[in-house]
Design a binder for this molecule. Structure first.
Ligand SMILES: N[C@@H](CCC(=O)N[C@@H](CS)C(=O)NCC(=O)O)C(=O)O
Length: 265
């Protein structure tokens, strides 16, 4: 472990990432200041030796804390923050095992049953056909429908099994609320960007809509959405420009893609 005590806290990633946004949100709500350094997966930034040294798993976000330690995986980072900084415990109550179990259950459900499938959904039915210009819109649409099917099965369960008053566990938000919000937010943005209306996950659900609006009222949310907006043009250019070359050719097996879509792509 590097022996440092006055490193500047740095968040590596880019604002399009719902995972980085969750960490930024937790930092902001907690009053922990940080410097942002853009690392864009769309330009291969996550797989450079410099970033791989921070996170051998080659993903953003990574947080470098003031003690010089690098931590990756959004929820691991948020849990770390709660363990180190008492101010962060109101979002992840490490000293209250019962409440923590409830928070973990919601968070894990969202990670596995909602955010996970959603991530696959937009990669296969939005990125592949449109950003990578693979001419598989029709086949991508079938995957799109499979995803709607799963998401319509699991998202209502989360809503019906939570307080939604307006947050999942009641009046105050916890870690899973941040995860849910930034997943919903991305669903709204991608449904527009890729012209896939059914990818909008909360338009028709009053409880989710109320939840979304309540999150939007928080100053930290506004700060993060503004940062995302300010970077949007650059992100879009990368997405529809260099992404294919930087990523597809090096990291995706076209034979497997061909198998998914039933023909060479
Ligand atoms: N489970 C991770 C997910 C992070 C993730 O998938 N990040 C994306 C950007 S949103 C990424 O780094 N993609 C590059 C890659 O997978 O090569 C977390 O919660 O931090």
């Amino acid at each position: 472990m590097p022996d440092q005590s006055n490193v500047e806290r740095t968040l590596y990633g880019f604002w399009l990432s719902p995972y980085m946004s969750q960490v930024a949100h937790m930092l902001s709500e907690t009053g922990l200041t940080y410097r942002y350094e853009r690392v864009s997966p769309f330009q291969g930034g996550t797989l450079t030796p410099e970033h791989m040294e921070r996170n051998p798993l080659g993903k953003i976000p990574t947080l470098r804390d003031v003690n010089g330690v690098d931590i990756s995986e959004s929820h691991a980072i948020c849990r770390y923050l709660a363990r180190i900084y008492p101010e962060a415990q109101k979002f992840y109550p490490v000293d209250d095992p019962m409440l923590c179990a409830e928070v973990d259950a919601k968070n894990d459900f969202i990670t596995f049953s909602i955010a996970g499938p959603f991530f696959n959904w937009f990669v296969v039915s939005a990125y592949f056909p449109k950003a990578w210009k693979l001419k598989i819109e029709k086949e991508g649409h079938i995957y799109n429908l499979c995803s709607v099917l799963l998401s319509k099965m699991w998202l209502p369960r989360l809503v019906n099994g939570s307080k939604m008053a307006p947050f999942l566990l009641g009046k105050e938000p916890f870690l899973p609320d941040f995860q849910l919000f930034y997943t919903l937010e991305l669903s709204q943005m991608f449904s527009e960007l890729f012209d896939i209306p059914e990818m909008h996950l909360f338009r028709d659900d009053p409880a989710l809509k109320t939840f979304y609006d309540a999150m939007c009222e928080r100053p930290s949310t506004r700060e993060i959405l503004a940062a995302k907006e300010s970077e949007l043009d650059v992100t879009k250019k990368e997405l529809f420009g260099g992404f294919g070359a930087a990523y597809l050719n090096n990291h995706i097996d076209r034979k497997i893609l061909g198998g998914i879509f039933g023909r060479e792509v």
